[in-house]
Design a protein around this ligand. Structure first.
Ligand code: EPZ
Length: 428
């Protein structure tokens, strides 16, 4: 069952609730490795990537219970392996997030190199350089990262706090250093840290576990290492709402000229995106815990350039490009984070969009009237863009390889149907 059959055009209307953020849930699950005490997480989204991380942790001996919807209780009191095997890591690059906790708590780790993906090479050199600066010995052999902290001579087997300066912000790199620094001896200062809300949420969880973190969400984060961390105790950690999922449904409301409200979404996490939606002519209304987008006026082309948070999120670039196919004028989209993140463009052109890609820039001329056709997803956010286009294309659009979508969106077909879309999951 790996295709969506979408019938368009449709005008979406209604309310959906944002799930917990995939990119905060994955580091939160990995953080359980830092303590022998139970860690309880709430609002954990039901996603393929979450299941992969749970399988990876279970393979290390971590107990994983799911006593209620959205709740995961992890126990790392009897970790039997510090290895993250290739056959799991290759299906989810975020597996690299177990590296920091393993080295921090056990002084060793053997983690498969994640390898690239459709959108880019995705190196992890900055993760490794940071851990080396904190005293880890790192060797990369036969596709695996071997990390250990020496116990020989004066070696204590424990990481040491250090001054880490990233040449450019890295989200999971910052999270891995937070994990390593939390249990290191002494102080770590991270300069040019990633400022994404998911990094802030990871720091919030670590603080609840007894870590001493200040500055999360700013370019400079300071961590005073402690000897041990506790679990979450009586207070489960609720994962922050998924701003990318929320933005995707808001883009669906805008592209169909409909009226969609996403509850649980934090507008402050979506500033640059909501600003671009407004400039494009969509009506945007914000309350304390919801965002509403409604159509009405014709869309106009606007330019965007992706950037680390708080800039325009690269994870919403594909969805915004799909939106620009319905806007009057010429839109120029610059992708500064990943080198190959326009794979959706050629598929959108199959539906009739006028898109030209030149390196890091895509130029969209609109509005185009889109005709339904079979298209193929290449990566998580590209697949979301194809679904959005299918909602406005006349006739049937079959989006194949929808397993890419399942990695980051829970029950998207059901949610879109609740907004009035005709979407069904079929065999490819
Ligand atoms: C995180 O990936 C997200 N994944 C990605 O979301 C997101 O697109 C990305 O951050 C950027 O916001 C998770 O959080 C699990 P980076 P990450 O390290 O941490 C370069 C999605 O769709 N770089 O911030 O891997 C890298 O090549 C996914 O949900 C190095 O050169 O991204 C890129 O150009 C896709 N060396 C830039 O930095 C390194 O060691 C930013 O990457 C690390 C990164």
């Amino acid at each position: 069952m790996d295709a969506f059959l979408i019938k368009g055009p449709v005008r979406l209307a209604g309310t959906v609730r944002a799930s917990g953020a995939k990119n905060a849930a994955l580091p939160a699950l990995a953080a359980a490795l830092l303590t022998a005490d139970p860690v309880t997480l709430d609002e954990v989204p039901d996603l393929a990537d979450v299941n992969t991380m749970n399988r990876l942790l279970a393979g290390m001996g971590v107990s994983i219970d799911r006593p209620a919807p959205g709740r995961v209780v992890l126990g790392a009191s009897r970790v039997t392996s510090t290895e993250a095997p290739y056959d799991l890591v290759r299906t989810m690059r975020a597996s690299i997030l177990v590296l920091g906790p393993l080295v921090a708590r056990f002084g060793e780790a053997r983690v498969s190199l994640p390898g690239g993906c459709a959108i880019g090479v995705r190196p992890v050199d900055l993760h490794l350089l940071a851990l080396e600066a904190m005293g880890a010995r790192i060797a990369v052999e036969k596709g695996y990262i071997h990390a250990h902290v020496s116990r020989v001579g004066r070696g204590t087997g424990r990481l040491t706090g250090a001054a880490i300066r990233f040449p450019s912000p890295t989200v999971t790199g910052t999270e891995n250093v937070l994990f390593a620094a939390a249990l290191a001896k002494g102080t770590t200062v991270i300069e040019n840290a990633a400022r994404e809300p998911e990094v802030e949420d990871t720091a919030r969880l670590l603080t609840a576990m007894g870590a001493r973190v200040t500055g999360a969400g700013t370019p400079t984060i300071t961590v005073e290492g402690v000897d041990r961390l506790s679990g979450t105790g009586q207070m489960p950690h609720a994962i922050v709402p998924d701003r990318i999922e929320a933005g995707t449904y808001l883009a669906a409301g805008a592209i169909t000229g409909g009226d969609v409200t996403v509850t649980g979404a934090r507008a402050r996490d979506l500033g640059a995106f909501l600003d671009a939606l407004s400039r494009a002519g969509a009506g945007v209304e914000v309350t304390a815990d919801s965002v509403r987008v409604h159509g009405g006026r014709p869309l106009v082309a606007v330019d965007i350039e992706t950037a680390p948070h708080p800039g325009f999120p690269t994870d919403l670039q594909a969805q915004f490009l799909a939106l620009m196919t319905q806007a009057e004028g010429t839109s120029r989209l610059i992708e500064t984070i990943f080198e190959n993140r326009f794979l959706h463009a050629v598929e959108l052109a199959r539906l009739g969009a006028d898109v030209r890609v030149d390196g890091r820039a895509a130029v969209v001329r609109g509005p185009s009237s889109l005709e339904g056709a079979p298209v193929t997803a290449s990566d998580l956010r590209a697949s979301a863009a194809l679904v959005l286009a299918g909602l406005v294309a006349r006739g049937e659009t079959r989006v194949r390889r929808i397993y890419h979508l399942d990695r980051g969106y829970a029950a998207m077909d059901e949610r879109l149907r609740s907004l009035g879309a005709s979407v069904e999951r079929i065999d490819g």
